[in-house]
Write a new protein. Structure first.
Length: 272
C-alpha cells in the first residue's frame, strides 16, 4: 500500500503550524514542506502578480513532489489563488481561510477581532466570509504588517519585541456599550507561533482561534477519498523542506525547520 504524499505550501514558515497539526492527525503520511521564501512576505504583493507567482511556483513543486494532495497552508495564497489552483492542477487542494465562521459562533459579546495580513484583509473572499457568517457581529478586521515577520524571527531564536507586538494587535481589542472583543481569529498561519507572547500583551483575556487543527481534520477527510499511488519518479524524502531561494535568511531558517521536523533542505533557485 502506498503512503500518501502531502505537499504543504506557504510563503514562509507560518505553515509549519499546519504541518504540526497534520503530522499529529496523520502520523504515517509522507510530508514535504515548501516555502516560497524568495517572495516572502506575500501580504505586500499586488493581486495579479501574486496569483501568477503562486501558479508558477506550484507547477514546479507539483512536478518535483508528485503529491497526492496539496495543502495551501497560507491564508493570503488561499484567499487569492485557491480557485485558480484547483482549476489548473489535477491534484486535490485544501486551503486555509480566516476562521470567521467559528469565531462568530463562539463569541458571547458579539465583538470579534480578525488579525490577518494586509493582503488577506483586502481580499473580497474575506469580506464575503464576514457577510455570510458574521453579519450579526461587530468584526474588527486588522491587517497587521509585521506579525508574520515577528513569528519567523521568533522561530529563528530572536526574542519578540513585546511593545511592538502589542501595537500590532491593539486594533482588534475594542470596547463598546459595555461589551468588548472576546474572540480573535488568527488569520495567518504564522500567528499561532506567537501565542505565548500574545498572552503577555493582550489588554484582556480573549479566545484565539488557530485554524490548524480544523485544517488537519479536513486534510484527513479529503485524503480518505484519494487513491494514493507510488511516485512516477524520485521525489523528495519524508520531512524534506523545499525553499525557492538560498538567500542568507534561508540558511538562518534551517535550524527552525529542523526543530519542527523538516530537516532535509533542498533549494530550488526560483528567484522573483
Amino acid at each position: 500500500m502506498s503512503t500518501a504524499r502531502i505537499l504543504l505550501f506557504d510563503s514562509g514558515m507560518g505553515g509549519l503550524t499546519v504541518a504540526r497539526a497534520v503530522r499529529h492527525e496523520l502520523p504515517f503520511v509522507h510530508l514535504v514542506y515548501a516555502a516560497d521564501n524568495a517572495a516572502f512576505p506575500y501580504g505586500a504583493w499586488a493581486e495579479t502578480a501574486l496569483v501568477r507567482r503562486i501558479l508558477g511556483v506550484m507547477a514546479e513543486l507539483i512536478a518535483r513532489v508528485d503529491p497526492d494532495i496539496v495543502v495551501i497552508a497560507c491564508n493570503t495564497a488561499s484567499t487569492i489563488a485557491l480557485a485558480q489552483l484547483r482549476d489548473t492542477f489535477g491534484v486535490p487542494f485544501v486551503g486555509t481561510v480566516p476562521a470567521i465562521k467559528p469565531a462568530a459562533a463562539q463569541t458571547k459579546s458579539g465583538i470579534i477581532g480578525v488579525l490577518a495580513t494586509p493582503g488577506t484583509v483586502r481580499r473580497e473572499y474575506t469580506q464575503t466570509l464576514i457577510h455570510d457568517f458574521a453579519a450579526h457581529c461587530r468584526v474588527e478586521l486588522h491587517g497587521a504588517p509585521r506579525l508574520a515577520e515577528m513569528a519567523e524571527r521568533k522561530l529563528k531564536g530572536v526574542a519578540v519585541d513585546l511593545a511592538a507586538l502589542k501595537d500590532e494587535i491593539s486594533p482588534v481589542f475594542v470596547e463598546a456599550g459595555g461589551r468588548r472583543t472576546d474572540v480573535v481569529v488568527l488569520g495567518c498561519t504564522h500567528y499561532p507561533l506567537l501565542t505565548d507572547e500574545l498572552a503577555k500583551v493582550e489588554p484582556w483575556v480573549v479566545r484565539y482561534i488557530d485554524p490548524a487543527p480544523a485544517i488537519a481534520r479536513r486534510v484527513a477527510d479529503v485524503l480518505g477519498s484519494v487513491v494514493t499511488r507510488p511516485p512516477g519518479r524520485e521525489v523528495p524524502p519524508h520531512n524534506s523542506v523545499l525553499l525557492t531561494s538560498r538567500r542568507p535568511e534561508a540558511e538562518d531558517a534551517l535550524p527552525a525547520y529542523a526543530k519542527m521536523g523538516f530537516h532535509l533542505p533542498e533549494f530550488l533557485g526560483m528567484a522573483v
